[in-house]
Design a protein around this ligand. Structure first.
Ligand code: ZN
Length: 414
């Protein structure tokens, strides 16, 4: 925030935001991969300054870019990750059985991407609707036979869907709430669209894990809110919804999946796991403002250590290349000021990213075959949440004594 700007207010409870959680400086939009012909053009950079609300403990970025600029031609196609597909399949089996879903139910997924998840419900004969704002991604879902509307979700979208006379038995939102500027409007939409005995499940990276494991690179402009169970409970309660169960997941470095229903739905009894996670959040420090305020220094120390590793490798004439071109890699590399001076290139399995350059740092993105050709000494795994899968796929780098490096929570070699 500049001296000339009014402090912003919390997007959940409206309190004035006065406390910095971490300031990662100026950064381009993390998913704005650059085409070769645009390398000499001006690239917009925006502040990546995260605040914590002292009232409801929602950790948040001010929204700068319009969602339309970020999500209307989105490069992320979920189906490209094997482990994510396994996760989606297991989830489908679990909720279908637990909530007795069948061919008379209606499942709605918000930010349904290319249909990676809804395809498993369709295979069971359960009617579905996908809501996906990126037209190119929604098109991929439609080609798989998954009915998808191209829209952002909020109160208006919920009202339009209600005009068809149906409410949802299950509303799914995976990794979407954190991207929503108007979270109160989003939750009002959930409340409207949910059948009186329906269930909402939302997955989001858990702020407690972000802090404990120093996952500051998961902060980027598209990701506006960083959620704990305690913050989301307050938000839902304000809208007449209750969180009755929670699962802890390993995805995205440690996520929560919350189960919510209408506050007056007596069939939804609050399970003991809710109290258990809340008490662990409290023990970790998430109800104490001082704990949030200490995070920034830990991040600066990580940057210094990461740069020490890279400069030492270069001094020893070792080559370092990246694996993956995830949004989190872009935060890390831009915050640390790393370009092709320290990392030769990166690779990605997605053909939509190959041939492009990383935003800000302009590190080129190739297909993974290039690793075999250039035999680098170090392979820096940028999507560290997929490290086991990637180390297994790429184990052949051991043939030339290549070494895996993971940057978070701090530089480690494998
Ligand atoms: Zn707040």
């Amino acid at each position: 925030m500049s001296l000339f700007q009014q402090p912003a207010s919390c997007r959940s409870c409206g309190a004035t935001l006065r406390h910095t959680f971490v300031n990662l400086g100026m950064s381009p939009l993390a998913n704005s991969y650059v085409k070769a012909e645009h390398l000499n053009k001006i690239e917009p950079f925006f502040p990546l300054h995260v605040y914590v609300c002292a009232e409801c403990f929602l950790v948040q970025l001010e929204s700068i870019a319009k969602p339309e600029d970020i999500f209307s031609d989105y490069a992320y196609f979920s189906s490209y990750s094997d482990s994510w597909l396994d996760h989606a399949r297991a989830y489908t089996d679990c909720v279908t059985e637990r909530f007795g879903l069948n061919n008379k139910s209606w499942v709605v997924e918000i930010a349904s991407n290319d249909g990676y998840l809804l395809q498993f419900f369709v295979a069971k004969g359960i009617p579905v609707l996908g809501i996906e704002p990126a037209a190119n991604v929604a098109q991929a879902a439609v080609q798989k036979g998954i009915f998808t509307v191209v829209r952002f979700f909020g109160e208006d979208t919920a009202r339009d869907l209600l005009s068809h006379g149906k409410q949802a038995d299950l509303i799914i939102g995976n990794n979407v709430l954190a991207h929503v500027p108007d979270i109160n409007g989003f939750v009002r939409g959930l409340k409207l669209l949910l059948h009186k005995t329906g269930v909402i499940t939302l997955e989001f990276p858990h702020l407690m894990r972000l802090m404990q494991e120093n996952q500051f690179d998961t902060i980027y402009h598209e990701h506006l809110s960083y959620l704990s169970l305690l913050a989301i409970r307050k938000l839902f309660h304000r809208h007449g919804l209750k969180v009755f169960d929670v699962d802890e997941l390993t995805t995205h470095g440690g996520s929560l999946r919350i189960y919510a229903g209408h506050e007056d739905d007596s069939l939804k009894v609050i399970g003991e796991r809710v109290e258990e996670v809340l008490s662990r959040e409290e023990k970790a420090g998430l109800t104490n403002l001082e704990y949030y305020l200490a995070f920034g220094e830990q991040v600066k120390e990580t940057k210094r250590k990461f740069l020490e590793f890279l400069t030492a490798a270069k001094s020893e004439k070792k080559s370092v290349v990246g694996y993956g071109a995830p949004a989190k890699g872009n935060t890390l590399l831009n915050y640390c000021g790393i370009s092709t001076d320290l990392i030769d290139y990166t690779v990605d399995r997605s053909p939509y990213k190959q041939g492009h350059f990383l935003p800000g740092t302009h590190i080129p993105i190739y297909s993974p075959e290039r690793i075999r050709q250039t035999m680098p000494d170090y392979l820096l795994i940028l999507p560290w949440n997929l490290k086991d899968e990637i180390m297994d796929q790429m184990k052949y780098i051991k043939q030339w004594n290549g070494c895996f490096v993971v940057p978070i929570p701090e530089v480690r070699m494998y």
